[in-house]
Ligand binder design. Sequence first.
Ligand code: F3S
Length: 63
Amino acid sequence: MKVHVDAERCQGHTLCAMIAPEVFELSDIDGHSSAITEDVPAELEQKVIEAVNSCPEGAISVS
Ligand code: F3S
């Protein structure tokens, strides 16, 4: 699984980083999220899916 955060859509709600801190990090500058790694380890896929479903902006996508 690959994950991507749309920087235009992210509004810094932080839920993704609370759910899966292993995958998402928040910028110290603007508080927006980015993926630490685009390749999601199998054991973190469920957390990433939860983050996708939790983001109010729909900013996270997986493929
Ligand atoms: Fe941004 Fe959504 Fe996470 S708005 S900080 S990608 S929960």
